[in-house]
Design a protein around this ligand. Sequence first.
Ligand SMILES: [Cu+2]
Length: 186
Amino acid sequence: MCTSVINSWKLYSSMERVSKKIVIPAMATVILLVSFSVNADAQTVPEWVKNNALWYGQGEISEQEFLNAMKFLIEQGVLVIEIPRSEPIPQDASVIIPNGNSEMSASGFYLPLNLEVPVGTTVTWVNDDSVPHNIQSMDETGNVIQLFNSPPMNTGDRFDFTFEEAGVYNYFCSFHPWRVGVVSVS
Ligand SMILES: [Cu+2]
């Protein structure tokens, strides 16, 4: 119950002009995310705040006056709001191996040629070409390294790799070694 009260204060203070119809579902969301604790070192709840709570329950003071009392408790450190850090949301990204990728021409580049993603992204390569390809990670000198290495991928096949560390990752296709691509992870 206290949690609802605190959160309703937070929302009302930031969303004063928003109608209640919108505030109520928003409150439900915030209640899930925010918890509070009582600071053991702080003063206990002052008598006037207790009276405010009583009077509010009896309909003798306005909601705003009651919420102001809750605000006072937070400002004085009697109530400590704890907002958990949000977990990073896993990201997905893809690289298309386009039709014509096997040809040694200026077109048919990987799409995108340099994929830029945040750490933790799972990258999926998709073979949209009419012939098989593979994906081989390589070092700066062009040698294959065992980091992300797909089997031969037929048309429509997919290959996934999750990048857990920042860096610039080069790769190529061992069937068509002129096809080089980059994944930049930051
Ligand atoms: Cu290839």
